[in-house]
Design a protein around this ligand. Structure first.
Ligand code: AKB
Length: 337
């Protein structure tokens, strides 16, 4: 008998770290798939760790043979900045890897006779605003506006949202005996800020990097202009959102990708709060025009009313609370230790 489990890909990454910690001990056992072993704090929380790539179909076949996967949280991806250095590899991992996982979920669903829940974090990178003036004028953008990404990662995320929709609604539509067995749901995450982990490879990383550097007493040069503005959210609110979407009643969902946001400070506003909290913080600006170009193409704000209406998305932390109650005390404690 195969065991019912939850599969988390990319479990060793930032979102995975938060998700494994939250899910451990409640509900079905967790199995993970990542290219590197989980760190020592996570490994004991999971029932089985598969080490390898989502591009390895034989590895996915092994998982299929051994476990009855009821839910997939497909987090593995190469992020926006890293993907620009190796776009073909990014496409391979982000798109073909996701296709492999969707096919895996379909086959799992066929074998246990009910849909497999597939939760997919997309991103504000799925947007591409043509210039700064449009960005300033656009206000809070809805899911179907300005969906013209400028990065490989953004193209990958937007396409995979559509691929997921295909597997959920139109899979093999001309074949008489095919039944879609994937219940695909996705969120477009803003930049995420964790007090526990430090990101790598993203373009929204200037906010968390600034905070962690200040807490460690290290100098930090922010790679975007002070006026740069994109939406953000704390990691615990991000993990809560994934779980709320997973638990939402299927018939309440009116779309397959939902915007999420909690606050949207400028880089200068983040710097001010960080300098106020860590008196020795030394934060300057050294603008990298290429990464600046990427964040300038992302919206300053997104409209998350569909997520609030359909499945009750309600982040706990606004900008003030995120720093006062979560980031500053947790980060202080982390580096103090
Ligand atoms: C990145 O910067 O690539 C990610 C994202 C916004 O999806 N953090």
């Amino acid at each position: 008998m195969r065991k019912p489990v939850v599969l988390i890909t990319g479990a060793g990454g930032e979102i995975g770290h938060g998700l494994v910690t939250r899910l451990a001990g409640s509900g079905p056992p967790i199995i993970t798939l990542d290219v590197t072993p989980l760190d020592r704090s996570l490994a004991p929380l999971v029932a089985r760790e598969f080490i390898g790539s989502i591009t390895d179909i034989s590895l996915l076949d092994r998982v299929l043979a051994e476990f009855e996967v009821e839910r997939v949280f497909h987090l593995a991806a190469l992020l926006s900045a890293r993907a620009e250095f190796t776009p073909v590899t990014a496409h391979h991992v982000n798109v073909e890897g996701t296709l492999n996982l969707l096919e895996f979920a379909q086959r799992q669903g066929e074998s246990h006779g009910r849909p497999v829940l597939f939760i997919y974090p997309s991103s504000i990178a799925a947007y591409g605003l043509p210039d700064l003036e449009t960005k300033m004028r656009a206000g809070a953008v809805t899911e179907d506006q300005y969906a013209h990404p400028t990065t490989m990662y953004g193209c990958n995320k937007l396409y995979c949202e559509q691929l997921g929709h295909y597997y959920a609604k139109h899979y093999k539509q001309l074949s008489a005996d095919a039944i879609a067995r994937v219940d695909f749901r996705s969120v477009r995450f803003p930049g995420l800020i964790s007090a526990i982990t430090v990101p790598s490879g993203g373009t929204s990383d200037y906010a968390p990097e600034m905070i962690h550097a200040a807490a460690k007493g290290e100098r930090y040069d922010c790679f975007v202009r002070p006026d740069t503005t994109i939406p953000y959210m704390t990691m615990p609110d991000g993990v809560d959102a994934l779980l709320a979407l997973a638990d939402a009643a299927r018939d309440r969902l009116t779309q397959s990708a939902y915007n999420l946001t909690a606050f949207n400070p400028s880089a200068a506003e983040i710097r001010d709060v960080v300098v106020g909290a860590f008196s020795s913080a030394a934060i300057g600006y050294r603008v990298d025009p290429k990464r600046q170009g990427i964040v300038d193409s992302w919206p300053a704000a997104v409209d998350d009313s569909a997520a609030r209406r359909d499945w009750g998305f309600a982040p706990k932390c606004d900008f003030e609370r995120a720093f006062r109650e979560y980031l500053i005390p947790t980060i202080r404690q982390r580096y103090h230790r």
